[in-house]
Design a protein around this ligand. Sequence first.
Ligand SMILES: [Zn+2]
Ligand SMILES: [Zn+2]
Ligand SMILES: [Zn+2]
Ligand SMILES: [Zn+2]
Length: 419
Amino acid sequence: MSSFNGDSMDDFKGLRITQLDDDEDEETAMEPVNIDEFDDDDDDDDDEDYEPVTLGFVESPRFPWSNLRQLFPNLAGGVPAWLDPVNLPSGKSILCDLCEEPMQFVLQLYAPIMDKESTFHRSLFLFMCPSMLCLLRDQHEQWKRSPEKALRSMKVFRCQLPRVNPFYSSEAPKHDGTDKPLGNGAPLCTWCGTWKGDKLCSGCKSARYCSPIHQALHWRMGHKSECQQLRAVIETSDSDPVNNRVALTQKQKVASKSLWKEFVVIHEDESEYDTEMSGDDEIAKSLVSKREVNDQMQSLMNDYEGDADKKIWVDFQQRVAKAPEQVLRYSRSSGAKPLWPMASGRASKSEIPNCKSCGGSLCFEFQVMPQLLFFFGGKNDRESLDWATIVVYTCANSCDSSLSYKEEFVWVQLYSQTT
Ligand SMILES: [Zn+2]
Ligand SMILES: [Zn+2]
Ligand SMILES: [Zn+2]
Ligand SMILES: [Zn+2]
């Protein structure tokens, strides 16, 4: 199975990113991961027993409806398709804790867990402040442990729903443009289209905002004149001025021009990219070339003997070179661990906290590669956003709580630790 956004998929199962773990039995997959495995500061030689990894790649949405929440999409950039469309994150949790501006949507993954009713639908949402200055400050915060409050510029939320829920049919979507959710979601911010818009413009009583910052931005960027026009229209008509509900078959228009370009994320099994798999005739050839490559790498590594950072960098390059356009690496199997580009700035066991909701352990679930910034159209100057990798750890039990969006733990490794 190579794509879950394909039109041939006719049941929920086809959408499940986790099914690539299907060589794991369910019990093993649900066992809390021994986090000791992340803490391998010694030169690890287990490079060959890789856990199966699913790679994510971005492409433009194929249909206007490809990004709608009732299709349980995997998205990067643009605006999120909230799984629970009503009980969105709110208050301070939507803000970059450092500059206190609302964070920007990075990506979301649909990653259900089959053996629990409450995780029939399950999505993870990653947000970050687009300011590199905030990310540099965030670096010093990710080590902080409660009761000390870490001020983060990047946050990840987990949302899950049982098959029978108030928002979606229990039947799988048809993927033909006719799928509809069971009802409207909460009205969203007119400016960012991301967060709940519970503050109404007092002029037109039509535009809605998540924060005074976005209201001020929209006012300056054109709502000032638009607001008067809207007011005039409302005064001369009997229509309900607050009737700006989100249409069920399309996403709301967003006023901000600074969101990242929108993509859908498709996935492939990393093993598909192993050159040995490319057919009988190719085997001999690829083995030779692989040996040559390995020899070259070996001599490179000998040059760097004793330099753990260089070895890790070479391993990283070698592994990523199989599919250089990957923006994401996903693996929830027990024993899975991130592929670190560098030795310094890795998260070790003691740096990964327990689940904020249940107190249980967290396990590695996915990492975001810097290639995503290339597709987002990142600039190449000193102030622009950059990272080596972003690693997301989630509750090993994917616990339930009354909160619809539970904050999980995200670790950022930057190329330079010099600030
Ligand atoms: Zn910030
Ligand atoms: Zn907003
Ligand atoms: Zn207005
Ligand atoms: Zn938990």
